[in-house]
Design a protein around this ligand. Structure first.
Ligand code: PGA
Length: 252
């Protein structure tokens, strides 16, 4: 049985005082309940504030990006060990905004996954097709190729050591979500690809959905049996909506 996972992606929002307040409210809101694993990924500059707000709550800390190198002359980058030092256990890798706005290549993303694993961080590898790719029937091919290229020569002994987030680019921040059946279909492709790469342990790996997740669609999205949780952007910026999403995920 795969435990559900709910991740907040705050993107480039909130200064540290605001981040502390929101993280504290979320920690209070999910306290004392059996539920999914919950992770918050604030901006780098708020990691310390959010770490202190989450202390003892069971809610875990993650980052939104990481360098592929362990250390060195890479001005402006943040190494995996620095994230571990800041209290992170998780990190988003290959988010579509990184791929499109910052031109992250498949090789960079693959190397980031490897760097996370060397440092003991859990990469949340984001994949997904654009509207144009969907329109021309390429979803399966795109998702498969993003995954296989990001996992070249990656060894995984523990199924909990890597999470895949399926995030159709056209659904991010648009209010549009795919039908549950379409999400299930793509998650099936992701799981088959993971099985081809890692073998039997793929059945225990978590595959989560992201893109316009809200209080209104969370129950629908989680009805698909292969959907093991969600990556939440906009709806994670309010404690009330994020806590409700966590609660629904805990009931399914
Ligand atoms: P959204 O963002 O929930 O605001 O669509 C999700 C994401 O980009 O991870």
């Amino acid at each position: 049985m795969r435990k559900k996972l709910v991740i907040a992606n705050w993107k480039m929002n909130l200064i540290s005082g605001q981040a502390h307040t929101l993280a504290s409210a979320i920690a209070r809101g999910v306290a004392g309940r059996e539920g999914p694993d919950v992770v918050i990924t604030p901006s780098f500059t708020s990691l310390g504030a959010v770490a202190s707000a989450l202390e003892g709550s069971g809610v875990e800390l993650g980052a939104q990006n990481v360098s592929w190198a362990d250390s060195g002359e890479l001005t402006g980058e943040v190494a995996p060990a620095m994230l571990v030092d800041a209290g992170c256990r998780w990190v988003l890798v290959g988010h579509s905004e990184r791929r499109s706005v910052f031109s992250e290549s498949q090789t960079m993303i693959r190397n980031k996954v490897a760097a996370c694993m060397r440092a003991g961080l859990i990469p949340v590898l984001c994949v997904g097709e654009t509207a144009e790719e969907k329109g021309s029937g390429k979803t399966e091919r795109i998702v498969e190729s993003q995954l296989t290229n990001s996992l070249i020569d990656i060894d995984l002994a523990n199924p909990g050591g890597l999470v895949v987030a399926y995030e159709p680019v056209w659904a991010i921040g648009t209010g549009e979500v795919p039908l549950a059946g379409d999400v299930e279909l793509v998650h099936g492709i992701v799981r088959d690809t993971l099985a081809g790469t890692f073998g039997l342990i793929a059945g225990e790996m978590r595959i989560i959905y992201g893109g316009s997740v809200s209080v209104d669609n969370i129950a629908m999205l989680l009805t698909a049996p292969d959907v093991d949780g969600v990556l939440v952007g906009g709806s994670s910026l309010q404690a009330e909506s994020f806590v409700r999403i966590v609660r629904v995920a805990g009931e399914i």
